[in-house]
Design a binder for this molecule. Structure first.
Ligand code: ME8
Length: 524
């Protein structure tokens, strides 16, 4: 039976600033899962892109003295370049200023309006004319009876006409779907569990607080105070609220509104990967809008945690923004990819410490995996004429190694289905350690003099273990694992997960091994 198609997305990033490690992180997790699922026989659609409308971007363009379109073209390209630097395998890169996206926004708006899900009302708030911006009451300071915005601009109470989306109507349905059991096709799954509880409590509280005034829970979805956005169909004084525009990207790329588009089969998304800062948009506004338009909501939203830099909050003003490009230049792409997903449980906050990166690179990649490969392959070169020893029966003392190797693919698949990247890596490296113990204990170099048949069998078993590790680690470290699979002489068409079930041909020639990882000295 064909495996179901899979759709994974990253957030689309604001183009008000250049990409940093946080952006690279979300997309990396998405990339690893997309690669894994392709290796496992699924057709995958992996989407990323940039969010280019709204006041924030308009202001950034103005500050840079550039026309907004020219500005977004430039910054968006930096995010596109990052996909190359980081080795992302995205199938599409969407920009919200593209015609296909504006058309999808207009179509979704018309659908919602046609169904009576959008109505015209007034948006009220504290407005600073100088800044063209609304401010919340707790952002303001007061002097001599006049209220001021954080920028120093005076604010006044204004009412702006605005369209509203009947969010209130859909909240009970969202709660019902959050609570459905695992496996129910209507369930909206929010992960990790702590985030699910937070969102659930937030929705329930809103429904309680505004029981008699549902309109208070509705969402303002248009603005008249700026113009850099998608115009509301039929009322061009309004542009769509940037989040309505942004969230729609996920269906634009799947072909919406053309549901005969071959990509439509990917909808609904299997996982929207997001940072914890934008959970509510993805778990409340977005599913509600989709339900209101008669479309299926995403199956899962996974919100990962926040990176700090050597213990400090990452911020432009602190000048400690981590540039993924220089990181990759310094340590190499694959060690960086490995570290980001190995160091911190996905879903929790984590700290980026160079020392930790170097320790993992040296200890786990170079020493544990790199040496295992090097020792095994050098012995095959020297003692077996560089040819893969014949498949051999397993002895009792091979049992422990194979207990982990034989089950590794299934175990890792289950872990990755829960987005437990760090646990999957931990499991693979536990087996790598097991294999290092095995080679030491079996001492094939000594067997050369006493039992060449057993020596060949041990080396063949190690080759099988290494092939398994390299295959399963491809999504995490594509380039290095391709090199290892080359050294193991695994044919290109036998590098997927299903191929692990078929042993390699005896006697194939193996190229001479070369080091996979370069060790780095710890700074004093
Ligand atoms: O919110 N640690 O875009 P954005 C971990 N355009 N992840 C981080 C991070 C950090 N310190 N900083 C940023 C937007 N991120 C909207 C999204 S989606 C329809 C619209 C990551 O450029 C994390 O994924 O502010 C976070 O959710 C995202 O960047 C925010 O990117």
């Amino acid at each position: 039976m064909a495996k179901p198609p899979i759709y994974y997305t990253t957030p689309i990033y604001y183009v008000n600033d250049k990409p940093h490690i946080g952006h690279a992180y979300t997309s990396l997790a998405t990339d690893v899962l997309a690669r894994f699922k392709r290796l496992d026989g699924h057709e995958v659609f992996f989407l990323t892109g940039t969010d280019e409308h709204g006041q924030k971007v308009e202001k950034a363009a103005k500050d840079a003295g550039e026309d907004p379109q020219a500005f977004t073209d430039r910054v968006s390209q930096a995010f596109r370049d990052l996909t190359v630097t980081m080795g992302f395998s995205n199938d599409d890169f969407i920009r919200t200023t593209e015609p296909r996206h504006k058309a999808a926004c207009v179509a979704l708006w018309k659908e919602l309006a046609g169904r009576g899900e959008i109505y015209l009302g007034d948006y009220e708030g504290w407005y600073a004319v100088r800044d063209e911006a609304f401010y919340g009451p707790d952002e303001l300071t007061e002097r001599d009876g006049v209220k001021y915005a954080p920028s120093g601009a005076p604010v006044e109470w204004v009412r702006e006409p605005s369209y509203f989306f009947r969010l209130s109507k859909w909240l009970p349905e969202l709660l019902r779907r959050f609570d459905l059991p695992d496996g129910d096709p209507e369930r909206i799954d929010i992960q990790p569990e702590s985030r699910r509880n937070e969102v659930r409590a937030f929705v329930a509280q809103g429904l309680k607080d505004f029981a008699g005034k549902p309109e208070k829970l509705d969402l303002s979805v248009s603005r008249t105070s700026f113009t850099w956005g998608v115009k509301v169909p039929g009322d061009e004084a309004h542009v769509m609220y940037v989040w309505v525009d942004a969230l729609t990207n996920y269906i634009t790329a799947a072909g919406y509104p053309d549901t005969t588009n071959p990509r439509w089969k990917f909808w609904p998304a299997d996982v929207h990967f997001v940072g914890k800062d934008i959970v509510r948009f993805h778990t409340i506004y977005w599913p509600a809008m989709l339900l209101a338009a008669g479309l299926a909501p995403p199956k899962r939203v996974f919100a990962h945690g926040w990176w700090t830099n050597e213990g400090q909050k990452i911020s432009k003003s602190l000048g400690n923004v981590i540039d993924p490009v220089s990181l990759v230049e310094e340590y190499g792409l694959d060690p960086v990819r490995y570290f980001l997903l190995r160091e911190v449980p996905f879903g929790q906050d984590g700290d980026f410490a160079r020392k930790a990166l170097i320790n993992r690179l040296n200890g786990e990649l170079a020493d544990a995996l790199g040496n295992l490969a090097n020792r095994t392959l050098s012995l095959i070169q020297r003692n077996c004429e560089g040819r893969l020893p014949a498949a051999a029966a397993r002895a009792e003392e091979d049992g422990e190694l194979f207990a982990s190797v034989d089950t590794l693919a299934d175990t890792v698949r289950k872990q990755l289905d829960q987005q437990h990247f760090h646990i999957a890596l931990e499991t693979i490296f536990a087996s790598v350690r097991e294999a290092n113990g095995y080679i030491t204990k079996m001492a094939p170099w000594a067997l050369k003099k006493t039992d060449v048949v057993r020596m060949a069998a041990v080396l063949r078993h190690l080759h099988t273990a290494l092939r398994t590790y390299a295959t399963l680690l491809q999504p995490f470290m594509p380039t290095t694992m391709a090199a290892l699979l080359d050294q193991l002489a695994v044919p290109a068409e036998a590098r997927d997960i299903a191929a692990l079930g078929a042993p390699m041909a005896d006697g194939v020639a193996l190229p001479p091994p070369a080091p996979l990882f370069r060790k780095i000295e710890l700074p004093a």
